[in-house]
Design a protein around this ligand. Sequence first.
Ligand code: AMP
Length: 311
Amino acid sequence: MFPQLPADFASVVETTFKNAVASGDLIFSESERSVLKYDGYTMEVRMAPALGQKPKSAPKPDGEGAKKFNPFFPPDPKLVLGGLGDKHTLVLNKFAIVPHHFLCVTKAEESQEAPITIEDLRATWAALQEPIGTSDRTLAFFNKGKNSGASQAHKHIQFLPLDKGTELFPDKVVARTPYEAPSERDPVGQRPLKHSAIPFEHFILPLPTDPSDEELMMRFWALYHRTLQALKQNDNWEKSFNWAMTKEWVIMVPRRADEFEGISVNGTGVVGLLLAKSAAQLAQITELTAGRVLTEVGFPVGPNTEAHYDY
Ligand code: AMP
């Protein structure tokens, strides 16, 4: 049912990454991690001065110039890791800040704005199964819409091998309320959870260890419906959001802005892995607090309208 990763995937990633860095086909930039501690959760900022130099020429998904160069159709052969089922190709990120950052791109010319399909979810789940390098788990993330931090118009899901010990706030939520089979409290196992100390709107669902198509798709839809509802409650019709997933949980965060005071946020930021372009920007995030930045690019936690979703 799930597509097969290329044989010996972790070593393919490591070797292709090493070769592409050596040949100059992949630009890897060093970064420095800082952990910010808040009441009840931590967030991380990765400071990478190279981010400030990254070309800003990539078109917005629906913006001017969206028909220009498409780096994923076809992807650069020096960065390709192999196929994943009939519909997807795995490819290394050309501009990496975290080693082995890879993407799953559709083989067909498909828009980032197109609906997420069961094939996309199966491919995502499959790509999360094998730890890469010294990492013990991977984070998948997806940026949808012009306020989400997306830059490429071709459909792509991204994968970041996490450093051992990285704690993300959804981990805490799911540790407290792990996946349970459908129950009286939650008949279809899809009522989203929230972290009580996180100030920005977010919707989390724990995942079973071996999800069926229905469990994956229904959880995605359950979060998507809440996300659209949150956007509507805030009179925002852009339909921008971030979706992120590990083997343990899936989260969705509605978005109203791409950046706040020059601090750009994408799908890694909304789970608590922020990026800073300079020491000054790191200081700025520390002063503003990560929660404030994420509330400004997202929305404050909204009213609980769960009763409307008991379907
Ligand atoms: P997003 O900005 O969320 O749309 O993600 C696009 C990702 O693709 C970014 O992380 C870029 O660094 C990466 N990228 C841009 N050009 C290429 C390319 N030619 N090959 C592989 N990855 C790329």
